[in-house]
Design a binder for this molecule. Structure first.
Ligand SMILES: Cc1cc2nc3c(=O)[nH]c(=O)nc-3n(C[C@H](O)[C@H](O)[C@H](O)COP(=O)(O)OP(=O)(O)OC[C@H]3O[C@@H](n4cnc5c(N)ncnc54)[C@H](O)[C@@H]3O)c2cc1C
Length: 263
């Protein structure tokens, strides 16, 4: 079985700050990590490989050259090979252009039974890229997957809902988007770290290598553009701390809510 896992390198969100003047993300000095849902996606692929040694797990990322750090970590966790789609032609891509580029990479790999994505990236946060890739490829997709079983030529997945779940079956090939409930991602092993740093497992492909549609990649190929990014001003001065023990605080709160005619 051939599995492709799409992983995105993202800034560690606890540290993300926006330049108040330029309105752009401040990336200098901010550590980068593998997008958390993508770690779950990779773990699920590795679990399948643990059970079936003929399985090949390829990780695929689109990003700048330094995104290879995320791919090295994925190999250290157990992925067989990694591909970085990196080219100035991909810069400024919105979700449509990102999924177009990644689809071109997947089509260049050609052999796949399952494609895993995370549900959502913690920086862009749109949850659009996985479903768009499935649409580009014309294959079924199951999103928000919290449990997965593989049976012969099909998969059975538990798809999370707010107050329950669906059980969905699909034939292969299929695209799955993973949520954190799916599994507990493993740590890289010593052997894996050695393999990863030995080198030779990461291929870098350009837009031309994967024959990406130039009209639909990068800033010019993006139908949407970010107009402005900003941090909303804080609401300083509007809060008040009620003093006293919990009973007294509750009493004061009720009085205040009645005064304001909320109750
Ligand atoms: C309106 C708009 C305009 C934008 N304009 C720009 C811009 O001008 N310049 C710019 O740099 N960015 C821009 N972005 C951000 C960029 O589009 C996103 O970072 C990118 O498309 C991924 O979308 P996302 O982060 O929402 O991922 P999601 O759709 O939330 O990600 C879901 C899953 O898709 C996979 N995935 C997503 N991205 C990648 C990747 N790069 N490689 C491998 N797998 C991936 C992962 O498995 C991930 O878990 C824009 C975004 C929007 C919404």
């Amino acid at each position: 079985m051939n599995i492709i896992v799409c992983i995105k390198q993202v800034p560690d969100t606890n540290e993300v700050k926006i330049d108040p003047i330029k309105g752009t993300l401040i990336r200098e000095g901010v550590p980068s990590i593998i997008n958390p849902d993508d770690r779950n996606a990779l773990e699920e692929a590795l679990k399948i490989k643990d059970k079936n040694k003929d399985t090949k797990v390829t990780v695929l990322s689109m990003g700048p050259p330094q995104a290879d750090v995320a791919l090295i970590e994925a190999i250290a966790m157990g992925a067989d090979e990694a591909i970085l789609l990196s080219d100035r032609a991909f810069a400024g891509s919105d979700t449509w252009a990102t999924s177009t580029a990644i689809t071109a990479g997947i089509e260049h790999i050609a052999d796949y039974d399952i494609i895993f994505c995370g549900r959502q990236a913690i920086d862009g946060d749109t949850a659009q890229v996985g479903p768009q890739i499935a649409e580009h490829l014309g294959i079924p997709q199951i999103t928000y997957v919290e449990d997965l079983e593989i049976e012969e030529e099909k998969v059975r997945a538990k798809r999370a809902l707010e107050d329950g779940y669906f059980v969905v079956e699909s034939k292969l090939p299929v695209l799955i988007t993973a949520i954190k409930e799916l599994n507990e991602p493993r740590y890289p092993s010593i052997k894996g770290i050695y393999e990863a740093y030995k080198g030779g497992k990461i291929k870098v492909w350009s837009a031309k290598d994967v024959k990406a549609d130039e009209m639909n990649i990068g800033l010019d190929g993006s139908p949407t553009q970010v107009n402005k990014s900003f941090t909303p001003p804080g609401r300083g001065g509007e809060s008040e701390i009620l003093e006293g023990n919990p009973k007294e605080q509750a009493r004061q709160l009720i009085v205040r809510l009645k005064e304001e005619k909320f109750i």
